[in-house]
Design a protein around this ligand. Structure first.
Ligand code: MG
Ligand code: ZN
Length: 224
């Protein structure tokens, strides 16, 4: 095994240990945790701005934002009335479980129903770093090209939900939605699919209802 591979394995196994602890903590506290992953600019923050205010009428929600620099996304989420904490990675292209564990100290974790993690925009290494989440939602937007799932199969494989965002632009971008979904299904047939537009509102209610259902399931879970 090369030195480089050894170092990477070591980092990942250290991350996994903390992620396992977090998953156990989230189970005990009955916190549904969702990890949003995508390329930069796919519209993750816009989706959250649209769906979280309604969910927050029923549930206590916290958001952890990950970016290389700036507090911009956390500020946008706060403006939407939701508690948010920004992790600036200072160059690292993904969030790690350790960062999530540290960020949690900013919230009253005895009083959270839904924790949303918006990962750094990157479809590569966030696939390898478990954050203790219940599931990942991968967002692909129509200006990106319909073969994104084929190009980034690892991310598709580890996700449970795929959101095709900016669906209102599909026609202009000559983005074949069905072709994109076919690529994705071939890699991961379990994916739950949503098509959304933050401009027209299409699909956002359905996505919010899905998360709502998952929060209810998490609370019914006995943790055994
Ligand atoms: Mg964002
Ligand atoms: Zn990375």
């Amino acid at each position: 095994m090369s030195k480089k591979v050894e170092v990477k394995d070591k980092i990942l196994s250290k991350n996994q240990k903390i992620a396992d602890e977090l998953r156990e903590l989230f189970a005990r506290k009955k916190i549904l945790t969702v990890n949003f992953v995508s390329s930069p600019g796919s519209g993750k923050t816009s989706i959250l701005e649209k769906i979280l205010p309604d969910l927050s009428k029923k549930y206590k929600i916290c958001v952890i934002e990950g970016d290389l620099e700036t507090e911009n996304d956390a500020e946008r989420i706060r403006k939407a009335g939701i508690d948010a904490y920004q992790i600036t990675t200072g160059g690292a292209c993904h969030l790690e479980a350790f960062g999530i564990k540290k960020a949690l100290s900013n919230f009253d974790i005895d009083n959270i129903d839904l924790l949303v993690i918006e990962n750094v925009g990157n479809l590569v290494c966030p696939a390898s770093f478990d954050l203790g989440e219940d599931f990942k939602i991968v967002v692909i937007s129509t200006p990106e090209g319909e073969d994104k799932p084929a190009k980034y199969p690892s991310m598709i494989r580890v996700s449970d939900v795929i959101v095709i965002n900016k669906i209102d632009l599909a026609e202009y971008m000559e983005f074949d939605v069905n072709k994109c979904l076919e690529y994705a299904r071939k890699i991961n047939p379990r994916l739950v699919e949503f098509k959304t537009s933050c401009k027209t509102g299409e699909g956002l209610k359905e996505l919010a209802e899905f998360i709502d259902k998952k929060i209810i399931e998490k609370n019914a879970d006995t943790g055994c």
